[in-house]
Design a binder for this molecule. Structure first.
Ligand SMILES: Cc1ncc(COP(=O)(O)O)c(C=O)c1O
Length: 396
């Protein structure tokens, strides 16, 4: 059995058109890295670029770099680099701040655009915690209440009381993919606005922000976009909302005349309205450089490989792990699966520690979930087979 799956993995790797991209990343041959859904790997060329940024742009040009090195316009420029990966038009995405901060901007702005008699904000009840905390605060600030909604019931829960919904595109724990087109359409049919958290989908699968009329979206860049630890997040505002986007965090960077230093706040136009204060240039430029790995890569081919990888991993787990020892909480249906596999097992914490010691790096989410993220640009089928084999050993 083991040999035949290893053979199948070798054949799949040989036929994989994305396999060559692995060389673009700093990875160890003896480690299987399945935690790119938490922190993406380092693209090899980024350190040289950062050396240049630090030594030349900062070290020699100093203040001149805001203009001469394009630092001031980096948030919008890098937003335009992310745009094709999530199906957005140029000029709609700005990079900066954390995802948590951008959830706050987007959700408050969405509620401010909704009819004033709508008193609830819907949030998926299994949401990443920060989204729920921010939604609670946004609700208190805007005089609304938060109503948690069970996974899969968002489209039917939205109604005439709903101002806005906040949904995680892919559930961080289970890897479940929520129906972005259907839920967004249901929100619009009910007269509500849709805010999507793309942290676990951007760079792993097609999102189609414009195609599906999403109102606002946010996401991080340190997972599938490989921007580095704490790299800045992004905010998408649909074109027809840009002029009325009323940020709850107006700062001098989003002013129409930032260097006018005027007392009155007058927002600039376009994506720049999502800015707040001075951008974190070093992280931002590391992200910009990291995005070079996407040159010539189609997100559809990434999605096809992601599904093939997670299918194959599940096949190997079924073959190697005694029945009943683990249970997948990731949906089997492709239309409901992101780019990770989450397995439930009682002793998940110690099992993951054993896996990491054996060179297979996933992560553990309390109380009982083993998470394995499959980043198609650098994970191969041989990695999936080895990880499943190591899992069976760790469970024994
Ligand atoms: C789905 C989701 N939303 C929000 C966040 C929070 O992001 P940040 O720490 O950048 O604010 C995370 C972080 O992992 C996440 O996975």
């Amino acid at each position: 059995m083991s040999e035949s799956l290893a053979g199948k993995a070798a054949a799949l790797d040989a036929a994989d058109e994305l396999a060559k991209h692995r060389d673009l990343f700093a990875l160890d041959d003896d480690t299987v890295y399945l935690d790119g859904n938490s922190l993406g790997a380092l693209p090899r060329h980024v350190p040289a670029r950062m050396q240049e940024v630090i030594a030349h742009e900062w070290g020699e040009l100093r203040i001149r770099s805001w203009d001469e090195s394009g630092w001031w316009t980096a948030p919008e420029r890098i937003g335009d680099r992310i745009a094709p990966l999530v199906g957005a038009e140029p000029g709609r995405i700005v990079v900066g701040d954390s995802t948590s901060v951008n959830v706050f901007k987007a959700l408050v702005a969405a509620v401010r655009l909704a009819p004033s008699d709508r008193d609830e904000i819907l949030v998926d009840e299994s949401t990443f915690p920060t989204d729920g905390y921010v939604a609670g605060s946004a609700a208190r600030m805007t005089g609304r209440v938060v109503r948690p909604v069970a996974p899969g019931e968002m489209a039917s829960a939205v109604g005439p009381r709903t101002a806005a919904i906040l949904v995680n595109h892919v559930d961080y724990r289970t890897g479940r993919l929520h129906d972005l087109p259907g839920i967004t359409a249901a929100a619009h049919a009910a007269g509500a606005l849709a805010v999507w958290d793309l942290c676990h989908s951007a760079g792993a699968l097609p999102v189609g922000l414009e195609a599906h009329g999403v109102d606002f979206a946010v996401g991080c860049t340190y997972k599938y976009l490989n921007g580095g630890p704490g790299s800045p997040a992004y905010l998408y505002v649909r074109g027809d909302h840009q002029a009325s986007f009323d940020s709850p965090l107006p700062g001098w960077n989003s002013h129409e005349d930032p260097f006018g230093m005027r007392g009155e706040y007058v927002p600039g136009s376009g994506a720049v309205r999502g800015r707040v204060g001075t951008p974190d240039i070093l992280s931002m430029l590391a992200l910009e450089s990291a995005l070079d790995v996407w040159t010539g890569v189609s997100i559809d081919s990434v999605r096809a490989k992601s599904l093939a990888l997670t299918d194959f991993f599940l096949e190997c787990v079924a073959a190697y792990v005694p029945e009943g020892r683990v249970a997948s909480v990731t949906p089997a249906a492709h239309g409901e699966r992101g780019s990770q596999v989450a397995l439930r097992c009682d002793d998940a914490g110690s099992v993951m520690a054993a896996l990491i010691a054996a060179g297979v790096v996933g992560d553990f989410r309390r109380p009982d979930v083993l998470r394995f993220g499959f980043t198609p640009l650098y994970v191969g089928f041989g990695d999936a087979e080895r990880a499943a084999r190591a899992l069976s050993t760790a469970l024994a």
